[in-house]
Design a protein around this ligand. Sequence first.
Ligand SMILES: C[S@@+](CC[C@H](N)C(=O)[O-])C[C@H]1O[C@@H](n2cnc3c(N)ncnc32)[C@H](O)[C@@H]1O
Length: 229
Amino acid sequence: MFATRSTEDEWMDDANAGEPEFALALEQLGTINRLTFAFRPVISWLDRLVKQTGATQLSILDVGCGGGQMLTAIDAWARKRGIAVTLAGLDHSPWAARYAEAHNVPARMITADLFALDPNERFDVILCNLFTHHLRDPQMVAFFRWCEARAGRGWLVSDLHRHWLPWGVVWVGFRIMRFSPMIIHDATVSIARSFTRAELEQLLAEAGVAAEVRWVFPFRWNVSVVRDA
Ligand SMILES: C[S@@+](CC[C@H](N)C(=O)[O-])C[C@H]1O[C@@H](n2cnc3c(N)ncnc32)[C@H](O)[C@@H]1O
């Protein structure tokens, strides 16, 4: 079952998903991100990027940003560190932008498929959390090249490690915690659609991109590039 990436569709990717269930899923994803310490590896990577590049101002794009909770966490980090940030979030669901705007996420929201983004849009940093497992392998290769072409200082992909242990914990735990049907369905599908290290390294090789692949707690991969100043 876990030998290869699943191709089962997530309910979140159904264009007919209604706003109430999508918004509830975004709300609960925020809770899951907090419970699984998802902001921490992204923030410590940003710390590393700032240290390595000496940057004091950054334009940052969050791809597949959902409800924008990561952007809010980045805004708080930037204020604390005295970094001037210009934040943008990209998501193809119109419900994501509406959710983020209703929750005062301090970012410009772009509603578009990532591959349809204006080619002139470039950022110092591109990052994403729990997003890339939505892409099939050829799109992943294209996405790595897309990040390379559009991110001046660096990029980070933070996503799940496909493994039976988190799959089992999530299957049981999310039912006990009474998450919504969309989250209960998509959470295990997300893990099954995710990656092993060997797959990420193979996809990077196909893209012709040299990036660091790092395992982070709990059962995540951080794939990243930082360009020295
Ligand atoms: C699992 S959610 C993660 C949301 C957010 N990053 C978080 O951590 O809570 C994945 C998001 O990616 C968006 N998405 C999926 N495919 C996309 C694409 N091709 N272009 C833009 N957004 C996409 C979905 O609409 C969804 O909001």
